[in-house]
Design a protein around this ligand. Structure first.
Ligand SMILES: NC(=O)c1ccc[n+]([C@@H]2O[C@H](COP(=O)([O-])OP(=O)(O)OC[C@H]3O[C@@H](n4cnc5c(N)ncnc54)[C@H](OP(=O)(O)O)[C@@H]3O)[C@@H](O)[C@H]2O)c1
Length: 317
């Protein structure tokens, strides 16, 4: 099968397309012919061994000290089943998330069936592959960490990337009053997805009071955010340095009943099922900003490196 391999850490040019043996499914596992896979900011971070400040050593411990231990990256995909498994028929269209096993940037992957879900009616392959990275993160921060309630005032900082597009839609579904922060050229998209008000970060620091500041871009750490988190409100840094994460863990409660919550995202079968349930209720549909052929996966990584992309970047096999 054809697969994209990162045999070293580095820029997009370390990615090479190679013919390698297809993985063999253990008994009870699913074999999937991959049709589309997301190339996310997470994939780009692993490829480059570039995490937020203080976290790169941990990334290398998890994924390989000198080079990626598992060279086929990629977690979020859409494909068809090669054989029946766990109630799915052969040929069924499925989406899923391989998690830390990765391996989705390839023509074939194997996966435990509890990590597979039927593709929602009417979605194309790219949309299905684009769902989980942003939606798992947004759902975890907005629902589990912040417990966002109807009428809550939320500032989404970094509103039209992969996580932001999902966060806007989930916050709208939860009935929040949403301010989106991003460049003016993305304000129409932010409004379409649920923003009531928009700010351009080039106009200076945000002014106001929000019950939740969801800092996806990582540009509003506590010293910058403390003035805009309302009493009793929360700062939720999606992109957090080691210092921010330690600070949030050691001292989650700050003056005026304000809180900080920053950890990694739950991404297992239960979290995925919740995201699919939100989709069934019409709460969200992924935004695909770029569709590229699999052969252009290095270009997809270059786009994923950018902090200014709209929605998700997907490669089509
Ligand atoms: N904690 C977790 O478990 C977790 C999970 C998933 C992702 N993440 C992290 O979340 C981050 C975002 O992921 P993503 O895929 O959504 O990224 P992305 O697609 O690159 O989106 C970045 C967003 O940030 C905005 N932005 C760029 N510079 C900004 C600035 N100076 N101030 C405010 N906004 C700015 C962009 O807006 P414009 O395009 O308008 O500039 C864009 O909307 C990544 O760092 C990723 O590693 C964390």
């Amino acid at each position: 099968m054809k697969a994209a391999l990162a045999r070293a850490y580095g820029g997009p040019d370390v990615i090479s397309l190679e013919e390698i043996p297809a993985p063999v499914a253990p008994p009870g596992w699913a074999e999937v012919a991959v049709r589309a896979a997301a190339v996310t900011r997470g994939d780009a971070r692993i490829r480059a061994a570039a995490a937020p400040p203080g976290l790169s050593a941990g990334l290398r411990l998890a994924f390989g000290l000198r080079r990626p231990r598992k060279p086929v990256l990629g977690m979020m995909f859409c494909g068809t089943l090669c054989a029946p498994v766990a109630g799915f028929a052969a040929g069924a269209r499925v989406l899923g998330n391989t998690g830390l096993a990765m391996g989705a940037h390839a023509e074939r992957l194997v996966i435990a069936p509890e990590r597979l879900f039927a593709v929602p009616e009417g979605w194309d392959d790219a949309e299905a592959a684009a769902l989980l990275f942003g939606a798992l993160t947004a759902a975890d921060f907005l629902i589990d960490k912040a417990r966002l309630a109807p009428g809550a005032r939320v500032l989404i900082n970094g509103a039209t990337g992969e996580v932001g597009c999902a966060a806007l839609q989930i916050a709208r579904f939860l009935g929040a009053e949403i301010t989106a922060r991003g460049r003016a050229e993305n304000h129409d998209l932010a409004r379409d997805l649920g923003a009531h008000r928009v700010l351009d970060y080039r106009d200076g620091p945000p002014r106001g009071a929000w019950d939740l500041v969801l800092d996806i871009a990582g540009t509003l750490p506590w010293p910058a955010a403390r003035a805009i988190v309302a009493p009793g409100g929360m700062l939720a840094p999606v992109t957090a340095s080691l210092g921010t994460m330690l600070g949030a863990g050691l001292r989650p409660h700050r003056a005026g009943g304000r809180r900080i919550s920053a950890t990694t995202t739950a991404e297992g079968p239960a979290a995925m099922a919740r995201v699919l349930a939100l989709c069934e209720r019409g709460a969200l549909r992924p935004v695909v900003g770029a569709r590229l052929p699999f052969d252009a996966i290095a270009q997809a990584h270059a786009r994923a490196d950018s902090p200014h992309k709209r929605g998700a970047v997907v490669v089509l096999m």
